[in-house]
Design a protein. Structure first.
Length: 157
């Protein structure tokens, strides 16, 4: 009966190693899933910005068309200061469209950077897994040896 602590220590060591290996596999799997999710979000962000950019251009063209029509209806020409105002509005609208695209690219890059960080974490987990399992093994072996030493002392005692 005095041998029971040795058996318990051995079972605990095996359970600790198994739990360490499982935790490492789960963490690596989570890192991969997070990386894939961030990469997908980056694509969605980029595509959304492109759609918003196109919508901005369509809206700006519609406003330009209405402005030109209003000028013509008022009997004003598309020259001189009227033309300068319309030209500046065209430039401003294009800058707005480009800023929308740029914002989407920045958001996408940030998400891709995050995805790369998740991948790096997964690689680190893979590299550290044997060390952590080895640590659990050595700790367990130490516990078994200590329990066995106690058993030997009781047996001799």
């Amino acid at each position: 009966m005095a041998f029971v602590p040795v058996v318990i220590a051995a079972v605990g060591a095996v359970a600790s190693i198994a739990a360490t290996v499982k935790a490492q596999k789960d963490a690596k799997k989570a890192s991969r899933a997070n990386a894939a999710n961030s990469a997908e979000e980056a694509a969605v962000e980029r595509e959304g910005a492109l759609r918003d950019e196109e919508a901005q251009r369509r809206d700006a063209n519609a406003v330009q068309g209405r402005s030109r029509a209003a000028l013509a209806e008022a009997g004003l020409s598309n020259t001189g200061s009227s033309a300068a105002v319309l030209d500046q509005a065209t430039v401003d609208a294009e800058l707005d469209a480009l800023n929308i695209r740029y914002g989407g690219q920045l958001a996408s890059r940030g998400l891709l950077s995050q995805a790369n960080e998740y991948r790096r974490q997964g690689r680190t987990i893979s590299r550290n897994a044997p060390l952590l399992a080895g640590t659990a093994l050595l700790t367990g072996a130490g516990n078994v040896a200590s329990a066995y030493q106690g058993y030997q002392a009781l047996k001799a005692g």
